[in-house]
Design a protein around this ligand. Sequence first.
Ligand code: HEM
Length: 722
Amino acid sequence: MKSPRKSGLDPKAADLSQNTTEAGPDDDLTSNQGLRVNDDQNSLKAGDRGPTLLEDFLLREKITHFDHERIPERIVHARGSGAHGVFQVYESLEDLTAAEFLCDPSLKTPVFVRFSTVAGSRGSSDLARDVRGFAVKFYTQQGNYDLVGNNMPVFFIQDALKFPDLIHAVKPEPHHEMPQAASAHDTFWDFISLMPESMHMILWVMSDRAIPRSLRMMEGFGIHTFRLVNARGKSRFVKFHWKPKLGVHSVAWDEAVRISGADPDFHRRDLWTAIENGDFPEWELGLQIVEEKDEHKFDFDLLDPTKLIPEELVPVRRVGRLILNRNPDNFFAETEQVAFHPGHLVPGIDFSNDPLLQGRLFSYTDTQLIRLGGPNFHEIPINRPVAPLRNHQRDGFMRQTINRGQVAYEPNSLGQGAPQQAPAAEGGFRSYAEKIDAAKVRARSESFFDHFTQARMFYISQSEAEQRHIVGALRFELGKLTTPAIRERVVYLLSQVDADLAAQVADRLGFRVPTKVEGPVNRSIPADGNPKAFQPKKANMEVKPSPALSMAETAKETAATRQIAALVADGCDEGQLAAVRKALAADGAQLLTVAPRLGTLTGAAGKEVAIDFSLHTTPSVVFDGVFIPGGPESIAALEKNLDAVRFVNEAWRHCKPIAATGAGADLLAKTDAAEAASGDEAEAAEIGLLLGRKGSAAATGQSLRDAVAQHRFWDREKTFVV
Ligand code: HEM
């Protein structure tokens, strides 16, 4: 075996390297007991045609291990992709927090990040309409700190007691286990239609945020209000944000559906490939700080996880940078076995009383006890801290640590009292001493009852295209239901948010917006039987939009890491191909050739052109844009190829930039872009159709690069009905 590489690694990589192993070319195969194996082809038999002998301990060992290779998948967030990286704060935040990794700008804290979908099984598609998990484990010198967030800043429910109901409703229905990784079914919307508190989150999950272009192009949010506490014991409220360097971008719904078929691992592959290529994904950590005295100054409750603090009210201060720079060595050992927990804290960070967060604090360790098979999963390499770990916890399944000595209790004198409690001044964790004087009740504060105002704020903050996509998503999801009464209840709730939104959805579902619904809007009536107790307040229709909530406002400065397809066949213009490739590469974007077959082709000037993908295997949905170089022979071949025509049609429908040089524009005449391509070039460019019939290919390449940075030309949708 090769000896593990240890020097020059960050502390967590060095720690993991103690457990990594890889067979070298000269290594012999062994059993799990280290016995060198002579024959791994044949089991031990009574004669070469006889029965297998029970004695065959090598067969038994190999098959037994195989039989036990699977562990339960996560009850939620089962499908995930992980990566290692590093976090560094820009300047000391010691005025805000005692957390050392946020106070020392010279510290490079190793992290492991796992992104996930929520509803689907481990093998489900990456492009399901869903919230994305964004969980970060910081291996700090003071112990592990986990920021276990999502890519949306609010949540469906206000109290953890409803979490099992929410998840039972969204998971495949229990009688026939359908549908997989989809919310478009009766039980989910039945639950939602009776839970008006979910309306804000529903608009987020019906928005394009639920179908990201890339895990590298998502925001992250801690959602709950947490506390930062400085060394003097002063506490402030905080909301955590992650802001991606590449901006926030999504795909079209029709595209998401097709990607799920063409490449269900699309997001996982994108993350993996970017890191392998050295295009390390980056985010900035952002903080929204609220002084304790301002806790009640908002018209929503800071403890309510269905609410966000608009960035226009409390700006996001960017305080540090996260870079993901290393793929895991082994998916199971790292991405599958990692165990996050919102209760993994370091001094300087603490909880608020958000009732959803409080329930989470119980749930994670509890589920990991069964998922990872016992109480020692903190010893699994990906989970163990780089900070020293010493306590009197002992034994249990799969215990790895060999604790020496007689003493496993505290207080003790036989072990000189060790290990000792650490004074707070030396980094011992102390919970924030919040003063509480209250009756023990099962109740919800009335300050949690405005379920519609922020839902409205989100909707009116969206661009026209984003609103159109929300309407489309609701029509799709509700259109899939088999129980009309559920649709009507949901549309009624939507009408409490925005009348026009409700009317547009109802119109396609074939009914009028109901003016009232049977029974109380919220059927979760508390045990005291008071139907009014949980009823939502009317929305404040005058609420102002929050521009920061629109993806249209996101950074669109770069085409870096984007992949553009060049549609080619024999006889394509290799000069134009090279010029556009160069223009895209100048901004870090890649031009990849897609042709009717694999191998190489011969360009118009006789040069050999390597083919990256074949039209048989690779549709345009996995690219960010399309370029069609000229070359009459190439275009004549592509015009006759239905896959090539569909390739362009799909890119057109999904509002991606499409550029053509020379005769390349002739192919467009056979596609859905024909009308736009035959009209005014400047008008076509406005909807991302770049026609370089005469100009230089380099200039078209530059326009294409700028168009790719813009991401999509959603206004194009107005030219066709979706
Ligand atoms: C703001 C609300 C919530 C957020 C942002 C959130 C986020 C996450 C994330 C990101 C994961 C995946 C972690 C990973 O990659 O391994 C996860 C897993 C999980 N969450 Fe939550 N969650 C929320 C609410 C809840 C609630 C209310 C509960 C239960 C009361 C809960 C229970 C779980 C469980 C049991 C897992 C599986 C953990 C494992 O098997 O390791 N979550 N959650």
